[in-house]
Design a protein around this ligand. Sequence first.
Ligand code: CIZ
Length: 304
Amino acid sequence: MESFKETVDRINDLKKKRRAIILAHNYQLPEIQDIADFVGDSLGLSQQAAKTDAEVIVFCGVDFMAETAALLSPDKKVLLPAPDAGCPLAETITPEELRAKKREHPEAAVVCYINSSAAVKAESDICCTSSNALRVVESLPQEEILFVPDANLGQWVASQTKKKIILWDGCCITHHRVKPEDVEQVRRSHPDGIVLVHPECRPEVAALADYVGSTEGILKFARQSPAKKFIIGTEMGILHRLQRENPDKTFYLLSPGLVCPNMKRTASLAMVEAVLRDMSNQVTVPEEIRDRALAAVERMLAVS
Ligand code: CIZ
């Protein structure tokens, strides 16, 4: 049987040959994170990749993430090892549906969460991430905001702004699975644990947490906190980085349901090797939406 090291060696050889870099989202499997050049959130990874002189980006994540990388690196080829890794949250809205909603609210500015297709970004005034959503909303002159597609993140923003937030009925099925009872139960079993959750969780869950933030926000909080025990309310893949960066601290998952099946579609190093070998599963953004989608992302970058 072939060894793990042999596979890693072949991936490294292919990386050199293709002038490629590997990006792994914080929710990827540990072995994928361990061979990546960068591990992080989708925007941070896309920005880091754009700064390199690589010709090929292998994005271990889901499709909208690879699109963001393609938007920020138009001269690089972006490959997605799992071509069927979609995002059910992003898929709750199509550009046609967004156009129809905009007609209902002609005065509203459209803010789209980064978890959306490039086609939906192209229909939006500005993009946001879970760490800058409030700042983005507050930066806009409009008092009415059409916030798509994550209603939980939208409600979390709404709880901190005076602006009128019109929500789209989308959610991340993985984060939405967590219930307030899960937090209550974990507080009983680990009364000294600090509860950190992602704003894609239900507002009732966020209200019970000690900290609400993006994946990078959760990682930073855990690094800087003097506490030793944390309960994590986001996708389980993040535990690998949390544990590696904080070997003296203990991390528990808030709910066993926090596993994203789409993130786990990048199931092996062999899939990473295959796209590098065959230069397959390229993700591109059609020319007619590229500039408008990029403009929404760039407006966000200007604000944040
Ligand atoms: O944009 C990302 O990477 C996502 C989906 C979450 C986060 O908070 O990092």
